[in-house]
Design a protein around this ligand. Structure first.
Ligand code: GCO
Length: 452
């Protein structure tokens, strides 16, 4: 059964749900497609994916899920699912093709249709300003390595708030700055593919200051709106209780988690990381105050834990990831470890005390198969969801201010350097005809929301 063709009715979920936000999440480059349509210019991800060898199978986001064309279909899928909130990101280069100049009317029209379509279905729009797709024109002018990027982002944030702030009341400034900075500028796995540690540090700092500026933009324009940042938080445990492995875990925790959490919560950059990396943070003026501008919530993207062991040489990043033996892993090779979410939430409450927390991403990839009857019985995704949502209940019962959960992802999509090989969706996407089919996990999540 192709979901695209099946009839289903819409219902106003906002009225039937309690306060806990049940959502699903996506990101522009991963789903929209229409890469060259209606005035959109390339982003760094368009450039990167077109370089041979950078992505699995040479896959690009040129078409992605054709969400740009199939918007109404996807809105109806969300309505059927019964979510009360939808987290999406805006393609900066669709909205402002030259990066810091005039808006593109076609881009504005698309996001207006999306936002109005959500509201008409009783679904709250949660808008992520930046999910990794910097306009290439800005990269060519120095990109995130340039301090000017802070001003470009502020202009972009102001534009978004002016255009959509009358209807969008939930804002996420930046998604996973560690992926942007560490994977894009140090590891070279993600766009723009650099491998320069100082560049990655500069980028991380500019991203954080840009975030703080954007928080102020939102709050000045719409004091009633809620704004936060989404961090990818993958808690670190030591492979053993040896002093060397504990030290390795502390280093990795500093680099991946504290580097972002500490300055956001007013503590400045962790001194141990600055010292051990032997880098300079390009912090000027009141940057640390701007970064620590209070937010209304912390967005947490949680998938797995990581286990650190000391490497053969005592270097800062000379860490060896250890794959725990005999554990279940997803198609990404990621350990299924719901307890990590609980431990993370306790730590966030104890160490940083965010005003509120939303899980803005959680999910799993599996090699889904369409059965003879057209159904996709993704039992392992159902199990992953069930176990993490049980953990959500435990977290709430401990009085932690967890206010919502967004499944990653609404539909299968372009999984960055893994291309289309990894499927994270609640809805299956057939990349031949772009039809969508709800998987068993979509049915399960729908029922879970309905009962909540
Ligand atoms: C991320 C991104 C998502 C990914 C998801 C699965 O966390 O890397 O926010 O865009 O697709 O996390 O890897």
């Amino acid at each position: 059964m192709s979901f695209i063709k099946s009839g289903f009715c819409c219902r106003n979920t906002a009225e039937v749900n309690n306060d806990f936000v049940w959502g699903a999440a996506t990101a522009a480059y991963q789903i929209e497609g229409a890469a060259t349509a209606d005035g959109r210019t390339p982003s760094i991800w368009d450039t990167f994916t077109h370089i041979p060898g950078k992505t699995h199978n040479g896959d690009t986001g040129d078409d992605a899920c054709r969400h740009y064309e199939l918007l109404e279909t996807d809105l109806d899928s969300m309505s059927w699912l019964g979510i009360s909130a939808y987290r999406f990101s805006v393609s900066w280069s669709r909205l402002i093709p030259d990066g810091d100049g005039a808006v593109n009317p076609a881009g504005v029209a698309f996001y207006n249709r999306l936002i109005d379509g959500l509201l008409a279905r009783g679904i709250e729009p949660w808008l992520t300003m930046y999910h990794w797709d910097l306009p290439q024109v800005l990269h060519d002018r120095g990109g995130w390595q340039s301090r000017e990027s802070i001003d470009w982002f502020e202009h972009y944030a102001s534009t978004l708030v002016t255009l959509f702030g009358d209807r969008v009341k939930h804002w996420i400034t930046i998604n996973e700055p560690h992926c942007v900075a560490w994977f894009g500028y140090y590891r070279g796995w993600f766009a723009p593919g650099l491998t320069d540690i100082q560049a990655s540090i500069d980028v991380s700092h500019h991203l954080l200051v840009a975030h703080g500026r954007a928080v102020r933009v939102v709050k000045n324009a719409w004091p009633d709106a809620l704004v936060g940042i989404s961090l990818g938080l993958t808690p670190v445990e030591a492979a053993s209780d040896s002093a060397e492995d504990e030290a390795a875990a502390r280093r990795l925790d500093g680099y991946d988690l504290r580097w972002f959490l500490d300055p956001l919560y007013g503590r400045g950059y962790p001194a141990d990381v600055v010292r051990q990396l032997n880098i300079t943070v390009p912090s000027l003026h009141d940057d640390l105050d701007v970064i620590a501008t209070p937010t209304d919530f912390l967005g947490v993207n949680y998938y797995l834990r990581q286990i650190a062991a000391a490497g053969p040489v005592d270097g800062f990043l000379d860490l060896t990831g250890v794959d725990p033996e005999g554990v279940e892993v997803t198609d990404m090779g990621w350990e299924i470890y719901p307890d990590g979410l609980l431990h993370l939430m306790r730590r966030l409450r104890n160490d940083y005390a965010p005003a509120a927390i939303y899980i803005t991403e959680n999910g799993s990839a599996w090699p889904d198969v369409v059965g003879d009857n057209g159904e996709i019985v993704d039992s392992r995704r159902v199990d992953y969801l069930r176990r993490h949502l049980d953990t959500v209940e435990t977290i709430k019962s401990e009085g932690i201010a967890l206010k919502g959960y967004f499944a990653w992802s609404l539909l299968d999509n372009f999984e960055w350097n893994s291309g289309y090989a990894k499927r994270f969706g609640l809805f299956y996407v057939n990349y031949d005809d772009f039809s969508r089919t709800p998987k068993a996990s979509a049915h399960w999540y729908r029922e879970h929301i309905r009962k909540s």
